[in-house]
Design a protein around this ligand. Sequence first.
Ligand SMILES: *[C@@H]1O[C@H](CO)[C@@H](O)[C@H](O)[C@H]1NC(C)=O
Ligand SMILES: *[C@@H]1O[C@H](CO)[C@@H](O)[C@H](O)[C@H]1NC(C)=O
Ligand SMILES: *[C@@H]1O[C@H](CO)[C@@H](O)[C@H](O)[C@H]1NC(C)=O
Ligand SMILES: *[C@@H]1O[C@H](CO)[C@@H](O)[C@H](O)[C@H]1NC(C)=O
Ligand SMILES: *[C@@H]1O[C@H](CO)[C@@H](O)[C@H](O)[C@H]1NC(C)=O
Ligand SMILES: *[C@@H]1O[C@H](CO)[C@@H](O)[C@H](O)[C@H]1NC(C)=O
Ligand SMILES: *[C@@H]1O[C@H](CO)[C@@H](O)[C@H](O)[C@H]1NC(C)=O
Ligand SMILES: *[C@@H]1O[C@H](CO)[C@@H](O)[C@H](O)[C@H]1NC(C)=O
Ligand SMILES: *[C@@H]1O[C@H](CO)[C@@H](O)[C@H](O)[C@H]1NC(C)=O
Ligand SMILES: *[C@@H]1O[C@H](CO)[C@@H](O)[C@H](O)[C@H]1NC(C)=O
Ligand SMILES: *[C@@H]1O[C@H](CO)[C@@H](O)[C@H](O)[C@H]1NC(C)=O
Length: 535
Amino acid sequence: MFLVSASIFTLLSFTLPRLATSSVAYCNNQDYESGALGLSPYQTYDAAPYNPVQINYALPPRDCPANSQVSGYFFFSPLGLGTSLEMSGGLIMNPDGTLVYSTADLALVGAVMRGPMRYRGKDYLTLWVSNGAILSPSGSPLIGNGYNVLLNSSYDVVANITTSGLSVGADLHEFLITSDNTALMTAYPTTAYDLQSFNGSQDGYVLNCVVQEVDIATGKPLFTWQALDHVHPSECSTPLGTPFTGDGTADSPWDYFHTNSIQKNDDGTYLISSKHCSTLYLVDASGEIIWRMGGEKSDFTMKNGTNFTFQHHARSHGPKVISVFDDGAAGWEVDIPYPRGLLLDYDDSAMTVSLLSERLPFNRSSPSTSEGSVQMLSNGNSVVGWGSMPSYSEHDRRGDIMWSAQFAASNEVSAYRLFLQPWVGRPRTPPLMSIANSSSTENVTVYTWWNGATEVTSWQLRGSSLESPLKTITLTAVNKTDFETTLTYTGSGYAYYQVVAMNGHGQTLGFSNFTGLDGTTFGKGENQTVTAHPL
Ligand SMILES: *[C@@H]1O[C@H](CO)[C@@H](O)[C@H](O)[C@H]1NC(C)=O
Ligand SMILES: *[C@@H]1O[C@H](CO)[C@@H](O)[C@H](O)[C@H]1NC(C)=O
Ligand SMILES: *[C@@H]1O[C@H](CO)[C@@H](O)[C@H](O)[C@H]1NC(C)=O
Ligand SMILES: *[C@@H]1O[C@H](CO)[C@@H](O)[C@H](O)[C@H]1NC(C)=O
Ligand SMILES: *[C@@H]1O[C@H](CO)[C@@H](O)[C@H](O)[C@H]1NC(C)=O
Ligand SMILES: *[C@@H]1O[C@H](CO)[C@@H](O)[C@H](O)[C@H]1NC(C)=O
Ligand SMILES: *[C@@H]1O[C@H](CO)[C@@H](O)[C@H](O)[C@H]1NC(C)=O
Ligand SMILES: *[C@@H]1O[C@H](CO)[C@@H](O)[C@H](O)[C@H]1NC(C)=O
Ligand SMILES: *[C@@H]1O[C@H](CO)[C@@H](O)[C@H](O)[C@H]1NC(C)=O
Ligand SMILES: *[C@@H]1O[C@H](CO)[C@@H](O)[C@H](O)[C@H]1NC(C)=O
Ligand SMILES: *[C@@H]1O[C@H](CO)[C@@H](O)[C@H](O)[C@H]1NC(C)=O
């Protein structure tokens, strides 16, 4: 192996201007925080056609930017509302802020990355995809009509699931695979409704939030719960006529309920979060409401510090503990100056809720009026996605903040939810390469990348001659440190070049097609088989 050229490249990379080619996360970069680098700084590569958001650790981890205490990847979809993003869609990012995977290759509209979920013993990436524009006609609230796909570890779509028997398909707010191999989804069909008692029209319209459980293999609905059958709009005091709630017309139906999370508990009950009613509902298999937590008709006494409003991402952890993101604000109302991630303990005989721990954002300068997630990790730590603020952070068991990262300098960029999870990806499509333009055939520079590959630790550059284009010799090898890797061969004599992705055991993971200095391309060489174990 020609490791000498790898270290030459490492030295060179330090002399490149950071701003233009930044990729690993910044550490407490004041220019990023102030907006001097733009409202939505993004990464660029020499050849790879991706421009993911640039990360800045506003509160740096112990070893910034590596953040090597974190194991796994971050899954999220930056959403630009007002501030536009250079690249849209779902992302998988390394803890050091470099890109692992972008959904930009998939010809899918508005992909919302949810992170891997287990289905029949295997992990799948799950994405919500829109059938059309992601925004409702009025621009807000964010409501979707689409479907959810499962991608396997080679990034092939293996399932495509939506709601059934409704006037619209699955909405973006929830998709969760249960241990019964079913999927939980939200849907927002429009329903005619007499709104006279709410100062609206007799011929008014509401969004009748639907919770549906569907069998993934057959697509058959197994459980359908419609908010209007169980929760009267008077329960929620959702204002009619704001841009965030709709004015009750067919084009802008009243979003009185706004479901944003669903979970099925082991006992067959469902935990349903209604943002606009500021309530968590526990519902039995017949659809009857067992209890309400929070809101104006709470069955629980909310002890100090446990009251939440306009909450997101409620998850039960065993029978008595719930995590929830307390936005405490919506487009038309601000109850608390900045959001909180809560872990709550409830007693369903005394009917009380007490606070186990609270997570606060590093940047407390603004409320979160939408979105947000709290993910409890197996070691008791947690990862919070801060809703309408473009940041995420890790918290220890007590809720104290350990580090905080931002992915934009504008509160017009956000992420619906954000997860830290393990994942192994080995794309079915081969690695890609591009030869740098040069006037000389001496000293060839090659850029390579493989969108979604998680196992690559180094890259080999191979060359072949005009006479035997399929017989390669290894010219150099470089450790992978970023999404795109540069390989340089100082010499000449080869007409065609190819890159080979290697894992940490020296096994081959994938072979690119060949590219000639004259621009010709052709498929992989003789006897080139992947030696790494199949996934
Ligand atoms: C906190 O957020 C505000 C509003 O987005 C921004 O102006 C400020 O620079 C941020 N502060 C830090 C330390 O990032
Ligand atoms: C992923 O799904 C595709 C299409 O069904 C299949 O060909 C491929 O083998 C699967 N990959 C893995 C790793 O199972
Ligand atoms: C998924 O199914 C929908 C119909 O519900 C269809 O419009 C869409 O093209 C499918 N998408 C993929 C990626 O298979
Ligand atoms: C309807 O309008 C009247 C008069 O403005 C007001 O007093 C009342 O509170 C409104 N009711 C609702 C449900 O908004
Ligand atoms: C209520 O909880 C807050 C934290 O949310 C704490 O600061 C305050 O001291 C508590 N008050 C009482 C009376 O326990
Ligand atoms: C919770 O209650 C406290 C004290 O009554 C109040 O200051 C705070 O605004 C409430 N929080 C929310 C989210 O309503
Ligand atoms: C080489 O030049 C061509 C034509 O100007 C351009 O399309 C291509 O992107 C360049 N390749 C690289 C790696 O810069
Ligand atoms: C190729 O690289 C070698 C070693 O760095 C250098 O001496 C030589 O001038 C380079 N040739 C060209 C054409 O850049
Ligand atoms: C490929 O394998 C065949 C049969 O083992 C062998 O004759 C040939 O030389 C190999 N080619 C290369 C490029 O190694
Ligand atoms: C490449 O990675 C290996 C394994 O981590 C390490 O031993 C080696 O020093 C690295 N080489 C360079 C040039 O960084
Ligand atoms: C690689 O080569 C094969 C065989 O010529 C071709 O089918 C395929 O499209 C090529 N892939 C890329 C990414 O160029």
